[in-house]
Write a protein that binds this ligand. Structure first.
Ligand code: PMT
Length: 410
């Protein structure tokens, strides 16, 4: 679950104090936690405590110009693998059940494309009230997941159901939820040419640490890989996007896993198998520093340091020779000279079915830019496309892959 992102909505209930521990427990397990605190929630816990524990800015307002400039509320609602509401008050559940969007928390719950896990917390009469029970039934029908509430003594002096689940129970429910597909498909999504198929796409660069503050990287922006993931999802596939560090947003309707290094990318890809199609669009660093330093490298009398590089695992080649090899394995080739020759060599060496070759010489502006000129290299020959926006390259590629799958594979 390393690197999975949780958006935690803290509502206004006395159990909000347990949410502080929840943040700690989630972070101990390698989750990153971004917190949204409702106005009522801020009567029980402070944004400062939540910011200190989560290590991130706490979001509180729907109409905040500064926060909106950094991350819009739609992006905030999607830039997570799972949304958790703890404590989920009667009021928050009522708003969610009826589709209200009059504050940041309710707007995010309406705008998100990810599953929501709620940990209700309220007085037992409020919990047992038919209105709350109706709202919970509606929300369950909409796909919301619930953990708790449990029975017990309440802060208000009564005894019964309504006590928020303990932080570790919530963590277990988070892990269980993340083990499945957490993307909510759009209700009007049409079955496309890739319907029923599972596609894994890698995108962006990898960062290979030198020391705690420095890393080896490249200029890939993730635009091409993300566009492919988006196009595959639009074609009806269930898509896992394994992304290196990028600033482009997670595509809607795609399960995005965020990683930093080549080794983490390989681990996330292997954990996402089996799949029908693999597309390696990431610019994976070929080498990493063999022994990255735990402390910052200092300038010293002995002159410039020597970075001992070792080879990274080849993700594309690993997938192409995997026991669970997808039916179609597509690689990219980023070249600055002899583009087709090198791509043909990569096709054979990495045992893939298709290579999308592009010229990444600085003059082309392909890395980081919005357009690409690609050559599709396969055993049956080379097809060159005109310069196109990356979104169009993605759509054409997906159409071509769908046709190949329809023909029975590679
Ligand atoms: O991200 P953008 O700014 O939109 O730019 C898009 C792009 C230029 C990065 C993209 O179109 C592209 O060419 N991606 C592949 C970049 C690359 O690493 O190419 P390569 O020729 O070094 O590698 C060949 C193939 O092996 C690629 O599919 C790569 O993902 C894969 N590989 C490479 C090394 C490694 N250790 N593991 C791998 O899986």
């Amino acid at each position: 679950m390393m690197g999975k992102r949780i958006l935690l909505i803290v509502g206004g209930g006395i159990a909000a104090y347990k949410s502080l521990d929840l943040v700690r427990r989630l972070r101990e397990r390698g989750f990153s936690v971004r917190v949204v605190l409702t106005e009522a929630g801020s009567q029980f816990v402070t944004p400062l405590s939540l910011a200190s524990l989560s290590g991130q800015e706490v979001h509180q307002e729907l109409f905040s110009l500064t926060a909106e400039a950094r991350m819009g509320h739609i992006e905030l609602s999607r830039d997570a693998d799972l949304v958790v509401i703890a404590p989920a008050t009667a009021d928050l559940l009522a708003k969610a059940a009826h589709g209200h969007a009059n504050d940041l928390a309710s707007t995010l719950l309406l705008a998100t494309d990810k599953r929501v896990l709620a940990a209700p917390s309220m007085n037992l009469r409020m919990w047992l009230h038919p209105a709350t029970q109706r709202n919970v039934a509606t929300l369950r029908g909409d796909g919301m997941l619930f953990v708790g509430p449990g029975d017990g003594a309440m802060a208000c002096g009564e005894y019964g159901p309504g006590r928020m689940a303990e932080p570790l129970e919530i963590v277990a429910a988070v892990e269980a939820a993340l083990a499945g597909d957490t993307t909510i498909p759009l209700p009007f999504a049409k079955p496309g040419p890739l319907a029923g198929l599972r596609v894994i796409v890698t995108s962006g660069p990898t960062h290979e640490p030198i020391d705690p503050v420095r890393y080896i990287a490249n200029r890939s922006s993730g635009k091409q890989g993300h566009a492919i993931a988006q196009a595959a999802a639009a074609a009806g596939a269930s898509v896992v996007l394994v992304s290196g560090p990028v600033t482009v947003p997670d595509p809607a309707g795609v399960n995005t896993i965020h990683v930093e290094t080549a080794r983490q990318m390989l681990e996330a890809v292997e954990a996402s198998l089996p799949a029908d199609i693999f597309i390696g669009a990431a610019a994976v660093a070929d080498w990493r520093v063999g022994a990255a330093l735990a402390e910052k490298l200092k300038k010293g009398a002995s002159g410039p340091p020597t970075l001992g590089l070792v080879e990274n695992p080849d993700i594309l080649a690993t997938v192409a020779s995997h026991a669970q090899r997808p039916r179609l394995v597509v690689g990219f080739a980023a070249e600055t000279e002899k583009v087709i020759d090198h791509a043909q060599a990569k096709l054979a060496r990495k045992k893939c079915d298709l290579i999308v070759a592009n010229d990444v010489s600085p003059a082309t502006g392909v890395m980081g830019g919005d357009a690409n000129t690609v050559h599709l290299v396969s055993k049956s020959g080379v097809e060159t496309w005109p310069t196109l926006p990356k979104a169009e390259v993605a759509q054409r590629l997906v159409a071509q892959l769908a046709a190949r799958m329809g023909e029975g594979g590679a």
